[in-house]
Design a protein around this ligand. Structure first.
Ligand code: FAD
Ligand code: GLY
Length: 385
Protein backbone atom coordinates (compact mmCIF):
# COMPACT_ATOMS: atom_id res chain seq x y z
CA UNK A 1 0.00 0.00 0.00
CA UNK A 2 1.44 3.45 -0.89
CA UNK A 3 2.17 5.85 1.97
CA UNK A 4 -0.77 8.23 2.56
CA UNK A 5 -0.36 11.77 1.29
CA UNK A 6 0.09 14.25 4.08
CA UNK A 7 -2.24 17.22 4.06
CA UNK A 8 -0.22 20.37 4.72
CA UNK A 9 2.72 20.35 7.05
CA UNK A 10 2.50 17.81 9.83
CA UNK A 11 1.81 19.51 13.13
CA UNK A 12 4.66 19.55 15.60
CA UNK A 13 4.01 17.29 18.54
CA UNK A 14 5.65 16.50 21.82
CA UNK A 15 8.03 13.58 21.56
CA UNK A 16 7.05 10.84 24.00
CA UNK A 17 9.49 8.08 24.88
CA UNK A 18 7.09 5.47 23.52
CA UNK A 19 4.06 5.38 21.23
CA UNK A 20 1.89 2.28 21.67
CA UNK A 21 -0.27 1.52 18.64
CA UNK A 22 -3.43 -0.21 19.89
CA UNK A 23 -5.26 0.22 23.18
CA UNK A 24 -6.64 -3.24 23.93
CA UNK A 25 -5.61 -5.01 27.11
CA UNK A 26 -2.12 -5.61 25.73
CA UNK A 27 -1.41 -2.02 24.62
CA UNK A 28 -2.91 -0.51 27.77
CA UNK A 29 -1.07 -2.92 30.09
CA UNK A 30 2.18 -2.17 28.26
CA UNK A 31 1.56 1.59 28.50
CA UNK A 32 0.73 1.37 32.20
CA UNK A 33 3.84 -0.71 32.93
CA UNK A 34 6.04 1.71 30.96
CA UNK A 35 4.45 4.61 32.79
CA UNK A 36 5.10 2.96 36.16
CA UNK A 37 8.70 2.44 35.02
CA UNK A 38 9.03 6.18 34.38
CA UNK A 39 8.47 6.48 30.59
CA UNK A 40 6.31 9.06 28.81
CA UNK A 41 3.80 7.06 26.76
CA UNK A 42 1.13 7.83 24.16
CA UNK A 43 -1.38 5.14 23.19
CA UNK A 44 -3.13 5.60 19.84
CA UNK A 45 -6.41 3.81 19.22
CA UNK A 46 -9.64 4.83 17.46
CA UNK A 47 -11.69 2.98 20.10
CA UNK A 48 -9.65 1.72 23.06
CA UNK A 49 -10.83 -1.46 24.73
CA UNK A 50 -13.42 -2.41 22.11
CA UNK A 51 -11.54 -5.21 20.35
CA UNK A 52 -10.98 -8.81 21.46
CA UNK A 53 -10.44 -7.60 25.01
CA UNK A 54 -14.10 -6.52 25.19
CA UNK A 55 -15.27 -9.92 23.99
CA UNK A 56 -13.02 -12.03 26.20
CA UNK A 57 -14.32 -14.32 28.94
CA UNK A 58 -11.40 -13.70 31.26
CA UNK A 59 -10.23 -17.25 31.91
CA UNK A 60 -6.71 -17.14 33.31
CA UNK A 61 -6.20 -20.78 32.50
CA UNK A 62 -2.71 -22.02 31.65
CA UNK A 63 -3.75 -25.62 32.38
CA UNK A 64 -7.21 -25.85 30.84
CA UNK A 65 -6.02 -24.01 27.72
CA UNK A 66 -2.88 -26.18 27.37
CA UNK A 67 -2.38 -28.12 24.12
CA UNK A 68 0.04 -30.83 23.04
CA UNK A 69 3.18 -29.64 21.18
CA UNK A 70 2.98 -26.18 22.74
CA UNK A 71 5.30 -26.47 25.76
CA UNK A 72 6.79 -23.01 25.22
CA UNK A 73 3.30 -21.48 25.25
CA UNK A 74 2.45 -23.43 28.40
CA UNK A 75 5.62 -22.11 30.11
CA UNK A 76 4.68 -18.54 29.14
CA UNK A 77 1.11 -19.04 30.36
CA UNK A 78 2.25 -20.52 33.68
CA UNK A 79 4.60 -17.56 34.22
CA UNK A 80 1.73 -15.23 33.23
CA UNK A 81 -0.54 -16.87 35.79
CA UNK A 82 2.05 -16.21 38.51
CA UNK A 83 2.19 -12.54 37.49
CA UNK A 84 -1.58 -12.03 37.84
CA UNK A 85 -2.01 -11.66 41.63
CA UNK A 86 0.29 -8.61 41.79
CA UNK A 87 -1.25 -7.12 38.63
CA UNK A 88 -4.78 -7.60 40.00
CA UNK A 89 -3.79 -6.19 43.36
CA UNK A 90 -2.33 -3.07 41.75
CA UNK A 91 -5.58 -2.53 39.80
CA UNK A 92 -7.81 -3.53 42.73
CA UNK A 93 -8.62 -7.23 43.09
CA UNK A 94 -12.33 -6.60 43.73
CA UNK A 95 -12.54 -3.86 41.10
CA UNK A 96 -11.45 -6.29 38.37
CA UNK A 97 -13.27 -9.28 39.96
CA UNK A 98 -10.10 -11.40 40.07
CA UNK A 99 -11.19 -14.75 41.56
CA UNK A 100 -8.77 -17.52 42.43
CA UNK A 101 -10.91 -20.51 43.20
CA UNK A 102 -9.65 -22.81 40.45
CA UNK A 103 -11.45 -24.22 37.41
CA UNK A 104 -13.07 -27.54 36.50
CA UNK A 105 -12.84 -29.27 33.14
CA UNK A 106 -15.47 -31.95 32.62
CA UNK A 107 -16.46 -34.53 29.99
CA UNK A 108 -20.06 -34.95 28.84
CA UNK A 109 -20.06 -38.42 27.28
CA UNK A 110 -17.73 -41.39 26.84
CA UNK A 111 -16.10 -39.91 23.72
CA UNK A 112 -15.50 -36.64 25.57
CA UNK A 113 -13.98 -38.59 28.45
CA UNK A 114 -11.40 -39.96 25.99
CA UNK A 115 -10.49 -36.35 25.06
CA UNK A 116 -10.12 -35.51 28.74
CA UNK A 117 -7.97 -38.61 29.34
CA UNK A 118 -5.69 -37.48 26.53
CA UNK A 119 -5.37 -34.05 28.16
CA UNK A 120 -4.66 -35.76 31.48
CA UNK A 121 -1.69 -37.50 29.82
CA UNK A 122 -0.44 -34.03 28.85
CA UNK A 123 -0.92 -32.77 32.43
CA UNK A 124 1.09 -35.73 33.71
CA UNK A 125 3.83 -35.30 31.09
CA UNK A 126 4.17 -31.61 32.03
CA UNK A 127 3.90 -32.33 35.76
CA UNK A 128 0.99 -29.92 36.17
CA UNK A 129 -0.82 -29.63 39.51
CA UNK A 130 -4.28 -31.08 38.76
CA UNK A 131 -6.77 -33.36 40.52
CA UNK A 132 -8.69 -36.00 38.54
CA UNK A 133 -12.28 -36.31 39.72
CA UNK A 134 -15.13 -38.80 39.33
CA UNK A 135 -18.57 -37.57 38.30
CA UNK A 136 -19.82 -37.35 41.90
CA UNK A 137 -16.75 -35.38 42.98
CA UNK A 138 -17.28 -32.94 40.09
CA UNK A 139 -20.87 -32.38 41.23
CA UNK A 140 -19.88 -31.81 44.81
CA UNK A 141 -17.52 -29.03 43.61
CA UNK A 142 -20.15 -27.60 41.22
CA UNK A 143 -23.67 -28.76 42.16
CA UNK A 144 -25.22 -27.29 38.99
CA UNK A 145 -23.47 -29.90 36.79
CA UNK A 146 -25.68 -32.45 35.04
CA UNK A 147 -25.71 -35.88 36.76
CA UNK A 148 -24.49 -37.58 33.56
CA UNK A 149 -21.14 -35.74 33.51
CA UNK A 150 -18.46 -38.41 33.09
CA UNK A 151 -15.71 -37.04 35.31
CA UNK A 152 -13.32 -34.17 35.24
CA UNK A 153 -10.07 -32.47 36.10
CA UNK A 154 -9.80 -29.69 38.67
CA UNK A 155 -7.02 -27.15 38.23
CA UNK A 156 -6.37 -25.14 41.41
CA UNK A 157 -4.21 -22.61 39.52
CA UNK A 158 -6.61 -21.65 36.68
CA UNK A 159 -8.38 -18.48 37.74
CA UNK A 160 -10.56 -15.75 36.24
CA UNK A 161 -11.01 -11.99 35.93
CA UNK A 162 -13.53 -9.63 34.31
CA UNK A 163 -11.61 -8.22 31.28
CA UNK A 164 -14.03 -5.31 30.79
CA UNK A 165 -13.35 -4.17 34.33
CA UNK A 166 -9.61 -4.53 33.74
CA UNK A 167 -9.91 -2.19 30.73
CA UNK A 168 -11.86 0.35 32.82
CA UNK A 169 -9.14 0.30 35.48
CA UNK A 170 -6.31 0.54 32.95
CA UNK A 171 -7.98 3.47 31.16
CA UNK A 172 -8.17 5.29 34.52
CA UNK A 173 -4.41 4.93 34.76
CA UNK A 174 -3.65 5.76 31.10
CA UNK A 175 -6.18 8.58 30.47
CA UNK A 176 -7.63 9.49 27.10
CA UNK A 177 -7.50 12.81 25.23
CA UNK A 178 -9.27 13.76 21.98
CA UNK A 179 -7.36 13.06 18.78
CA UNK A 180 -7.84 16.66 17.63
CA UNK A 181 -5.68 17.95 20.48
CA UNK A 182 -2.71 19.76 19.02
CA UNK A 183 -0.33 19.00 21.81
CA UNK A 184 0.27 15.50 22.92
CA UNK A 185 1.90 14.83 26.23
CA UNK A 186 3.07 11.55 27.60
CA UNK A 187 0.94 8.92 29.33
CA UNK A 188 -2.22 9.60 27.39
CA UNK A 189 -4.47 7.64 25.06
CA UNK A 190 -5.45 9.54 21.94
CA UNK A 191 -9.01 8.52 21.08
CA UNK A 192 -10.14 9.00 17.51
CA UNK A 193 -6.57 8.46 16.36
CA UNK A 194 -5.80 5.57 14.08
CA UNK A 195 -2.47 4.58 12.69
CA UNK A 196 -2.52 4.45 8.90
CA UNK A 197 -2.13 1.03 7.35
CA UNK A 198 0.79 0.09 5.11
CA UNK A 199 4.37 -0.73 6.00
CA UNK A 200 5.78 2.51 4.70
CA UNK A 201 4.09 4.65 7.31
CA UNK A 202 5.54 3.14 10.45
CA UNK A 203 9.13 2.91 11.62
CA UNK A 204 10.72 2.20 14.96
CA UNK A 205 10.29 5.83 15.96
CA UNK A 206 7.52 7.30 13.83
CA UNK A 207 3.89 6.64 13.07
CA UNK A 208 1.42 8.55 10.92
CA UNK A 209 -2.11 8.82 12.24
CA UNK A 210 -5.20 9.25 10.11
CA UNK A 211 -5.62 12.96 10.91
CA UNK A 212 -2.97 12.83 9.23
CA UNK A 213 -0.28 13.72 11.62
CA UNK A 214 3.31 12.59 12.12
CA UNK A 215 4.13 11.59 15.64
CA UNK A 216 7.71 10.82 16.61
CA UNK A 217 8.96 9.09 19.71
CA UNK A 218 11.85 7.09 21.11
CA UNK A 219 10.25 3.72 20.38
CA UNK A 220 7.13 2.46 18.64
CA UNK A 221 5.35 -0.57 20.18
CA UNK A 222 2.67 -2.25 18.07
CA UNK A 223 -0.18 -3.88 20.00
CA UNK A 224 -2.99 -3.72 17.46
CA UNK A 225 -4.32 -7.25 18.06
CA UNK A 226 -5.92 -8.90 15.03
CA UNK A 227 -5.34 -5.71 13.00
CA UNK A 228 -1.55 -5.89 13.35
CA UNK A 229 -1.32 -7.86 10.10
CA UNK A 230 -3.02 -4.94 8.31
CA UNK A 231 -0.43 -2.49 9.62
CA UNK A 232 2.73 -4.49 9.05
CA UNK A 233 3.84 -7.65 7.26
CA UNK A 234 3.28 -10.19 10.00
CA UNK A 235 1.16 -13.34 9.66
CA UNK A 236 -1.46 -12.36 12.22
CA UNK A 237 -5.05 -13.24 11.35
CA UNK A 238 -8.44 -12.72 13.03
CA UNK A 239 -10.01 -15.81 14.63
CA UNK A 240 -13.63 -15.09 15.41
CA UNK A 241 -15.18 -15.99 18.75
CA UNK A 242 -18.90 -15.65 19.45
CA UNK A 243 -19.67 -15.39 23.16
CA UNK A 244 -22.77 -14.93 25.35
CA UNK A 245 -23.53 -13.24 28.64
CA UNK A 246 -26.30 -14.58 30.88
CA UNK A 247 -27.45 -13.14 34.17
CA UNK A 248 -28.62 -15.11 37.18
CA UNK A 249 -28.75 -14.81 40.94
CA UNK A 250 -25.39 -14.08 42.59
CA UNK A 251 -23.66 -17.28 43.64
CA UNK A 252 -25.80 -19.50 41.37
CA UNK A 253 -22.64 -21.23 40.14
CA UNK A 254 -19.60 -21.85 42.31
CA UNK A 255 -16.81 -22.55 39.84
CA UNK A 256 -15.81 -21.77 36.27
CA UNK A 257 -16.32 -24.87 34.14
CA UNK A 258 -14.84 -25.83 30.80
CA UNK A 259 -16.49 -28.79 29.13
CA UNK A 260 -16.03 -31.12 26.24
CA UNK A 261 -19.55 -31.79 24.95
CA UNK A 262 -19.94 -34.31 22.13
CA UNK A 263 -16.57 -33.25 20.77
CA UNK A 264 -17.07 -29.46 21.08
CA UNK A 265 -15.52 -27.24 23.67
CA UNK A 266 -17.57 -24.80 25.75
CA UNK A 267 -16.81 -22.83 28.89
CA UNK A 268 -19.05 -21.21 31.50
CA UNK A 269 -17.54 -18.52 33.72
CA UNK A 270 -19.54 -17.15 36.67
CA UNK A 271 -18.76 -13.65 37.94
CA UNK A 272 -19.32 -12.31 41.45
CA UNK A 273 -22.25 -10.11 40.34
CA UNK A 274 -24.33 -12.94 38.83
CA UNK A 275 -23.12 -12.58 35.24
CA UNK A 276 -22.33 -15.92 33.61
CA UNK A 277 -20.25 -15.92 30.43
CA UNK A 278 -20.68 -18.73 27.93
CA UNK A 279 -18.04 -19.04 25.22
CA UNK A 280 -16.88 -19.30 22.64
CA UNK A 281 -16.91 -20.32 19.00
CA UNK A 282 -13.66 -20.50 17.06
CA UNK A 283 -14.08 -19.54 13.42
CA UNK A 284 -11.89 -18.56 10.46
CA UNK A 285 -14.14 -15.83 8.99
CA UNK A 286 -11.76 -12.93 8.39
CA UNK A 287 -12.86 -9.64 9.96
CA UNK A 288 -16.52 -10.71 10.23
CA UNK A 289 -18.02 -10.01 13.68
CA UNK A 290 -21.62 -11.03 13.00
CA UNK A 291 -23.38 -13.04 15.68
CA UNK A 292 -25.15 -15.97 14.04
CA UNK A 293 -28.15 -18.07 15.10
CA UNK A 294 -26.00 -21.18 14.67
CA UNK A 295 -23.23 -19.82 16.91
CA UNK A 296 -25.64 -18.87 19.71
CA UNK A 297 -27.49 -22.20 19.37
CA UNK A 298 -24.29 -24.24 19.60
CA UNK A 299 -23.07 -22.42 22.71
CA UNK A 300 -26.41 -22.59 24.55
CA UNK A 301 -26.97 -26.24 23.55
CA UNK A 302 -23.61 -27.34 24.97
CA UNK A 303 -23.67 -25.11 28.07
CA UNK A 304 -27.20 -26.27 29.00
CA UNK A 305 -26.24 -29.92 28.42
CA UNK A 306 -23.54 -29.47 31.08
CA UNK A 307 -25.44 -27.14 33.40
CA UNK A 308 -29.22 -27.55 32.83
CA UNK A 309 -30.19 -24.74 35.25
CA UNK A 310 -28.73 -22.17 32.81
CA UNK A 311 -31.85 -22.58 30.66
CA UNK A 312 -33.84 -20.69 33.34
CA UNK A 313 -31.77 -17.49 33.52
CA UNK A 314 -31.65 -14.38 31.31
CA UNK A 315 -29.63 -14.17 28.11
CA UNK A 316 -28.46 -10.54 28.19
CA UNK A 317 -25.80 -10.20 25.50
CA UNK A 318 -24.52 -11.87 22.36
CA UNK A 319 -21.17 -10.69 21.02
CA UNK A 320 -18.31 -11.61 18.72
CA UNK A 321 -14.65 -10.63 18.87
CA UNK A 322 -11.51 -11.33 16.89
CA UNK A 323 -8.64 -13.19 18.51
CA UNK A 324 -5.24 -12.28 17.06
CA UNK A 325 -3.98 -15.64 15.76
CA UNK A 326 -0.51 -16.61 14.51
CA UNK A 327 0.60 -19.63 12.42
CA UNK A 328 2.11 -21.39 15.48
CA UNK A 329 -0.47 -20.13 18.04
CA UNK A 330 2.28 -18.34 20.01
CA UNK A 331 2.24 -14.60 20.62
CA UNK A 332 4.69 -12.19 19.03
CA UNK A 333 6.63 -10.36 21.72
CA UNK A 334 9.95 -8.73 20.93
CA UNK A 335 11.85 -6.39 18.66
CA UNK A 336 11.65 -6.97 14.92
CA UNK A 337 14.45 -6.49 12.41
CA UNK A 338 12.69 -3.20 11.61
CA UNK A 339 13.37 -1.93 15.16
CA UNK A 340 9.67 -1.91 16.06
CA UNK A 341 8.70 -3.67 19.29
CA UNK A 342 5.77 -6.06 18.85
CA UNK A 343 3.25 -7.18 21.46
CA UNK A 344 0.61 -8.96 19.45
CA UNK A 345 -0.81 -12.31 18.34
CA UNK A 346 -1.91 -13.37 21.84
CA UNK A 347 -4.67 -15.55 20.35
CA UNK A 348 -6.70 -17.32 23.10
CA UNK A 349 -4.65 -16.10 26.07
CA UNK A 350 -4.19 -12.34 25.79
CA UNK A 351 -6.00 -11.59 29.04
CA UNK A 352 -3.85 -14.14 30.87
CA UNK A 353 -0.60 -12.94 29.31
CA UNK A 354 -1.17 -9.15 29.47
CA UNK A 355 0.82 -8.55 32.70
CA UNK A 356 3.84 -10.61 31.65
CA UNK A 357 3.80 -9.14 28.14
CA UNK A 358 3.75 -5.66 29.70
CA UNK A 359 6.71 -6.49 31.93
CA UNK A 360 8.65 -8.00 29.01
CA UNK A 361 8.00 -5.07 26.66
CA UNK A 362 8.88 -2.48 29.28
CA UNK A 363 12.16 -4.29 29.97
CA UNK A 364 12.97 -4.45 26.24
CA UNK A 365 12.25 -0.76 25.72
CA UNK A 366 14.48 0.13 28.66
CA UNK A 367 17.26 -2.16 27.43
CA UNK A 368 16.92 -4.55 30.39
CA UNK A 369 16.68 -8.34 30.37
CA UNK A 370 13.02 -9.44 30.01
CA UNK A 371 11.54 -11.61 32.79
CA UNK A 372 11.52 -14.66 30.51
CA UNK A 373 13.20 -16.04 27.39
CA UNK A 374 11.43 -14.32 24.50
CA UNK A 375 13.20 -16.20 21.69
CA UNK A 376 10.22 -18.54 20.93
CA UNK A 377 8.05 -15.42 20.56
CA UNK A 378 10.36 -13.35 18.34
CA UNK A 379 8.71 -11.51 15.41
CA UNK A 380 11.69 -12.56 13.32
CA UNK A 381 10.68 -16.25 13.45
CA UNK A 382 8.42 -15.57 10.46
CA UNK A 383 11.13 -13.87 8.38
CA UNK A 384 11.28 -16.62 5.75
CA UNK A 385 7.48 -16.87 5.34
P1 FAD B 1 -7.52 -6.11 21.10
O1 FAD B 1 -8.20 -6.13 22.40
O2 FAD B 1 -8.28 -6.58 19.92
O3 FAD B 1 -7.00 -4.63 20.89
C1 FAD B 1 -6.41 -4.21 19.68
C2 FAD B 1 -6.67 -2.73 19.54
O4 FAD B 1 -5.97 -2.23 18.39
C3 FAD B 1 -8.14 -2.40 19.33
O5 FAD B 1 -8.60 -1.59 20.40
C4 FAD B 1 -8.17 -1.67 18.00
O6 FAD B 1 -9.09 -0.59 17.99
C5 FAD B 1 -6.74 -1.16 17.88
N1 FAD B 1 -6.34 -0.88 16.49
C6 FAD B 1 -6.60 -1.61 15.39
N2 FAD B 1 -6.07 -1.01 14.30
C7 FAD B 1 -5.47 0.14 14.73
C8 FAD B 1 -4.77 1.18 14.07
N3 FAD B 1 -4.58 1.17 12.74
N4 FAD B 1 -4.30 2.23 14.83
C9 FAD B 1 -4.48 2.22 16.18
N5 FAD B 1 -5.14 1.24 16.84
C10 FAD B 1 -5.63 0.22 16.13
N6 FAD B 1 -7.99 -14.51 26.44
C11 FAD B 1 -7.79 -14.97 27.70
O7 FAD B 1 -6.67 -14.87 28.23
N7 FAD B 1 -8.80 -15.53 28.42
C12 FAD B 1 -10.05 -15.68 27.90
O8 FAD B 1 -10.96 -16.19 28.56
C13 FAD B 1 -10.29 -15.22 26.58
N8 FAD B 1 -11.52 -15.36 26.03
C14 FAD B 1 -11.74 -14.90 24.78
C15 FAD B 1 -13.02 -15.02 24.22
C16 FAD B 1 -13.29 -14.50 22.98
C17 FAD B 1 -14.67 -14.65 22.39
C18 FAD B 1 -12.27 -13.84 22.25
C19 FAD B 1 -12.56 -13.23 20.91
C20 FAD B 1 -10.98 -13.74 22.79
C21 FAD B 1 -10.71 -14.28 24.03
N9 FAD B 1 -9.43 -14.23 24.60
C22 FAD B 1 -9.22 -14.65 25.87
C23 FAD B 1 -8.31 -13.70 23.83
C24 FAD B 1 -8.05 -12.24 24.22
O9 FAD B 1 -9.25 -11.54 24.19
C25 FAD B 1 -7.05 -11.62 23.24
O10 FAD B 1 -5.89 -12.42 23.13
C26 FAD B 1 -6.65 -10.23 23.75
O11 FAD B 1 -7.79 -9.46 24.05
C27 FAD B 1 -5.79 -9.52 22.72
O12 FAD B 1 -5.60 -8.22 23.21
P2 FAD B 1 -5.04 -7.09 22.25
O13 FAD B 1 -4.91 -5.87 23.07
O14 FAD B 1 -3.84 -7.61 21.53
O15 FAD B 1 -6.16 -6.96 21.13
N1 GLY C 1 -9.48 -18.40 25.95
C1 GLY C 1 -10.83 -18.55 25.59
C2 GLY C 1 -11.14 -18.15 24.21
O1 GLY C 1 -10.29 -17.66 23.49
O2 GLY C 1 -12.25 -18.34 23.78
Amino acid sequence: MPAPELVGTPEPTGTPDVIVVGGGIIGLAVAWQLRRDGAEVVVIDPAPGTGASHAAAGMLAPIHEACWQESHILRLNLAASRAWPAFAEALGTTAVDYRHNGMLMVAYDAGDKAVLDNLSDLHEREDLPVERLHSRECRSREPLLAPGVRGGVYSPIDHQVNPRRVIVELLKRVPTIPAAATEITGNQVVTGGQVMTGNQVMTSNQVITGNPRVMTCGQVVVAAGAWTGKLLSLPIRPIKGQILRLNGPEGLMRLPVKGVVRGSSVYVIPRSDGEIVVGATQEEQGFDTRVTAGGVHELLRDAIALLPALSEIDLVETWAGLRPGTPDNAPIIGMGDDGIVYASGHYRNGILTAPITAAAVSALVQGHDPPLDLSPFSPNRFASQ
